[in-house]
Design a binder for this molecule. Structure first.
Ligand code: HDE
Length: 714
């Protein structure tokens, strides 16, 4: 089947109304402007005249340039691309986009943090929004998901409370983009249903390495409806081609200062260089009969369906390959809605999803200011819109004729309804009845089982990170009662975890086991790590599993150097042959070797520094290399910031290495001192490697961070 993506993309561009700058300057109503720099005044030093329509128009427009930021997910970045189906799901759904293998459907994807304002930092510890819009031939389909498969609450009516508690406190607007404060834990400690999600947000998932090393999840259970009208339940997953990878907390915090745009810059630069970000679409399909047998409810968004119970089938790929032309027009004005579904897909009765179905339509009116927001280029579907809705603020469409009602004869009965047999949307005729009650189903009652399942499925280092994160956040809570209430919950998830956290908070341990080595709650000793690893707690509401697949991000991930960045520390006179060989080898693996110089620009023999020791930082790279070249090494030996760069990278367990004379710099640095003293790479207790040297490229062969030596290849 022919790929439709090119034609569709063109159509999308037209719809998007890209306006290239014209040659002659005009005002907004087309009047040619002769002077855009001086306002009209009475005499050279006199007052400005009210008749200066050019001044007034320019300032008026500026005064109204801002719209309210999203009440949640305010900070985001987006890109265009396509979705291509590789396996037809026609057995389960008649949705064209999930039936036509090989057809490319244009997409727009926006990633976001939840709590911070539009100007906050990318690397805050937070859930990430993962909102995918597909411009299908049957209208827009949005999967407005997150990078965590479950949610804090089970019922939409609690959402305003959750968000009020996590946002900066209302009396002083502190803290920005952080959940480490009293109001959040006051609410959470009184909301046991949030415990599963809480484990995820304290895990490394909440500090991703990049957008394309995050998984995405539709979170709710949806329905697929096939041509025979049969319904199956479905969970949507986005599996990143690069696997799931994270920062370490210390790095994430430093990056927030060094480059608050870390994630969006990474996506922007990848695409600008002609690269792509890629995921596979996965589905877990199951029947309602199957679901009724499990000891958790699939309508409860605080639970996931373990992949051990229903494997994820990978059915298509998502590729992002085009940056936006204009952030405001596209990323800011895109209006995702859970109600944007296409025939063949339907909702479940998940009470959180049902509430969201109201919220997303509603919020667009206050954000975008008019019910005509679907006419904004980024929100227009590719198909022709035709109905009898008219007028309102900022109407763009000119609807000719006298008929704006249905049924009609004067307009030839058009536009006509589309019967189900011709593809019209029909809701699944689910049987529903029952008394009206404000109630939570008994099947939603277990709040700890899947939290335990998650904890039990972590590797020792992942458990340590969770313990540290809880220690960090809860130690910032000023009200002791709240801290203690949180410990009570943690104890119900795992006693050892609760004790680790208790010790850091100056509270008595919650189990005998933890009164053992390691002391004051710092899980940095091997003995404590072993203890954390050992401690599992029986689970409930988890499909009778003790551990589940695909929850740990350390296990079973594809390994790739793609997207990794290596800092090449250099000064004038660097060994250019080495630099070029390493850069070429890295490029061949999809990684980047960026020269960080003593100054910007030419370092001799065609080596160009694109960053300097003063304007960048080790936290922005995945590994560091010091090449040879006697003169370059001489300069670096006098630079404290070069040593600091190496020490910082090593502290975060990143591979650091040297070639030729560069070894001298490495040996003289903190890294050399630690290696001579026999200390393994444990300078930072929170650090685990985000990559190993062998992953980074074959030109620089190394025996890993502990050896911290690179050998020249060839
Ligand atoms: Fe949202 N959410 N949400 N949410 N959400 C919004 O819609 C809301 C929830 C998610 O990049 C808002 O256009 C309620 C779960 C993403 O533009 C708002 C509830 C999940 C985005 C809203 C939830 C999400 C939003 C704010 C509880 C993961 C950003 C601006 C019932 C499955 C989309 C807007 C983008 C945005 C409401 C819970 C994901 C206010 C009421 C669960 C990715 O409508």
């Amino acid at each position: 089947m022919a790929k439709k993506s090119d034609a569709q993309s063109k159509q999308a561009d037209l719809a998007r109304a890209v306006t290239p700058p014209g040659k002659a300057m005009t005002d907004n109503l087309g009047h040619p402007v002769s002077d855009d720099q001086n306002s009209l005044r009475a005499g050279p030093r006199g007052p400005t005249l009210l008749e200066d329509f050019l001044l007034r128009e320019k300032i008026h427009h500026f005064d109204h340039e801002r719209i309210p930021e999203r009440v949640v997910h305010a900070r985001g970045a987006a890109a265009h691309g396509y979705f291509e189906l590789t396996t037809s799901l026609s057995q389960y759904t008649h949705a064209q986009v999930l039936n036509e293998v090989g057809v490319q459907t244009p997409v727009f994807v926006r990633f976001s943090t939840v709590a911070g304002s539009r100007g906050s930092a990318d690397t805050a510890r937070d859930v990430r929004g993962f909102a995918v819009r597909m411009y299908t031939q049957q209208g827009n389909w949005d999967i407005v998901g997150n990078n965590i498969p479950v949610f804090f609450i089970q019922d939409a009516i609690k959402f305003p409370d959750l968000i009020h508690s996590v946002k900066p406190e209302p009396h002083n607007e502190i803290p920005q983009a952080a959940s480490a404060h009293d109001t959040f834990y006051d609410f959470i400690s009184l909301t046991p249903e949030s415990m599963h999600m809480l484990m995820w947000v304290h895990s490394d998932r909440a500090i991703p390495r990049s957008f394309d090393t995050m998984e995405g999840f539709g979170v709710h259970t949806f329905r697929l409806i096939n041509a025979a009208g049969e319904s199956h339940f479905v969970k949507f997953h986005w599996k990143p081609a690069l696997g799931v990878h994270s920062l370490v907390w210390d790095e994430a915090q430093r990056i927030a200062g060094k480059d608050p745009d870390f994630h969006r810059r990474n996506m922007w630069e990848t695409i600008e260089k002609g690269g792509t970000l890629e995921w596979e679409l996965g589905v877990q399909v199951f029947t309602s009969e199957q679901a009724l047998k499990w000891d958790f409810d699939v309508l409860d968004a605080s639970k996931l369906v373990p992949e051990d119970l229903v494997p994820v089938q990978r059915i298509g790929k998502l590729v992002l390959n085009r940056n936006t032309e204009n952030y405001f027009a596209e990323t800011e004005q895109v209006a995702f809605m859970t109600t944007n579904i296409v025939p063949g897909i339907d909702f479940s009765d998940d009470p959180l999803l049902q509430g969201r179905n109201f919220s997303y339509l509603d919020t667009q009116l206050s954000r975008l200011g008019s019910p005509n927001w679907p006419e904004l280029p980024i929100n227009r579907p590719l198909v022709t819109v035709s109905n009898n809705q008219r007028d309102g603020h900022m109407r763009h469409t000119i609807n000719p004729g006298r008929v704006s009602y249905f049924p009609n004869t004067l307009g030839g009965g058009l536009p006509a309804e589309v019967p189900a047999s011709a593809g019209g949307f029909v809701s699944y005729p689910e049987q529903v009845s029952g008394p009206k009650l404000r109630i939570r189903a008994d099947s939603f009652a277990d709040h700890y089982g899947q939290a335990r399942l998650f904890w039990n499925s972590m590797t020792p280092i992942e458990k340590e990170h969770i313990a540290h994160s809880l220690q960090f956040e809860l130690s910032k809570v000023e009200t002791r009662d709240i801290r203690v209430r949180m410990l009570d919950h943690l104890e119900r998830i795992n006693e050892v975890l609760a004790s680790q956290v208790a010790l850091a908070l100056g509270e008595p341990p919650r189990s005998k086991q933890t009164a053992e080595p390691g002391g004051a709650g710092s899980a940095d000793s091997a003995a404590e790590a072993a203890l954390l690893a050992k401690a599992t707690t029986p689970t409930t509401a988890s499909g009778k599993l003790q551990r589940a697949k695909a929850l740990s991000q350390e296990e079973g991930q594809p390994k790739s150097a793609k997207g990794r960045k290596v800092a090449i520390l250099a000064a004038d006179g660097v060994n250019a042959a080495q630099v070029k060989a390493v850069q070429a080898a890295l490029e061949a693996k999809g990684a980047v070797g960026e020269v960080v110089g003593n100054h910007l620009g030419d370092l001799g023999d065609g080596v160009t520094a694109t960053k300097t020791l003063g304007n960048t930082d080790a936290v922005l790279f995945d590994a560091v290399l010091v090449p040879g070249g006697a003169k370059s090494v001489q300069t670096l030996m006098r630079r404290g910031d070069a040593f600091a760069f190496l020490g910082e990278a090593f502290k975060h367990a990143k591979p650091v290495g040297a070639l030729g004379e560069g070894v001298e710099v490495l040996t003289a640095s903190e890294v050399g001192r630690l290696l001579r003293s026999g200390t393994p790479n444990a300078a930072d207790k929170s650090g685990d490697a985000v990559g190993t040297l062998s992953q980074v490229g074959s030109a620089a062969v190394a025996s890993g961070p502990a050896a911290a030596q690179l050998a020249e290849q060839g």
